[in-house]
Design a protein around this ligand. Structure first.
Ligand SMILES: *[C@@H]1O[C@H](CO)[C@@H](O)[C@H](O)[C@H]1NC(C)=O
Ligand SMILES: *[C@@H]1O[C@H](CO)[C@@H](O)[C@H](O)[C@H]1NC(C)=O
Length: 170
């Protein structure tokens, strides 16, 4: 094999790897580009609308991106969710970037731990199912199109760049 052939093979391999990556590692980005914040319109259904556009199964992960002074809590009951009761969370994080794994099927109640934020709509209910036969967790390519299309764009860009470099060198 001459050098350009090797280069093209390596590029093809890298592109394929990038295409397959989201199936194993990409968490769902909560709230997409806006992240975990108080919704502009203080609308309580904002995050629940986001959650209802996705299907979550055991083993999936959610990524929450938020301001350093904000926080994330998981509470155990619908009542605590409704009341924005922050006194006994099952989980708490405030590092600004939290990946939370949905370890078991059931209903998860996420709220902001900041007084007022939760009441203003920074809260979300997520229902997690057992995987269907043959379905594996975090198959982002099937269930979260936006992430896989981003990765595809990256891999296509890399392929083009390498092809241009190869054409230039040989
Ligand atoms: C909140 O948003 C939902 C749709 O996402 C809409 O149906 C509802 O009317 C909104 N509520 C308020 C108070 O704006
Ligand atoms: C908050 O939730 C805890 C745990 O469920 C409960 O013991 C407490 O009474 C609640 N506080 C309020 C103000 O509802």
């Amino acid at each position: 094999m001459n050098s350009p052939a090797i280069l093209i093979s390596v590029t093809a391999f890298l592109a394929l790897l990038l295409l397959l990556l989201p199936a194993f590692s990409l968490p769902f980005d909560v709230g997409d580009d806006s992240g975990w914040v108080v919704p502009n319109d203080h609308n309580d259904s904002r995050y629940n609308d986001w959650a209802s556009t996705n299907r979550f199964i055991t083993g999936d992960t959610l990524r929450f991106r938020y301001r350093k002074k904000d926080s994330l809590m998981v509470v155990g009951t619908k009542k605590e969710y409704r009341d924005c009761n922050t006194s006994q969370p099952l989980y708490f994080a405030n590092n600004g970037d939290t990946v939370y794994k949905l370890n078991a099927p059931g209903t998860y109640y996420f709220i902001s731990g900041i007084l007022g934020h939760c009441q203003d709509g920074e809260r979300m209910i997520v229902k997690v199912m057992n995987p269907l036969p043959g379905e594996s967790s975090q198959t982002g390519t099937d269930r979260d199109f936006s992430d896989s299309s981003k990765i595809t764009a990256v891999s296509v860009t890399i392929s083009v760049v390498v092809a241009v470099v190869a054409a230039f060198l040989y």
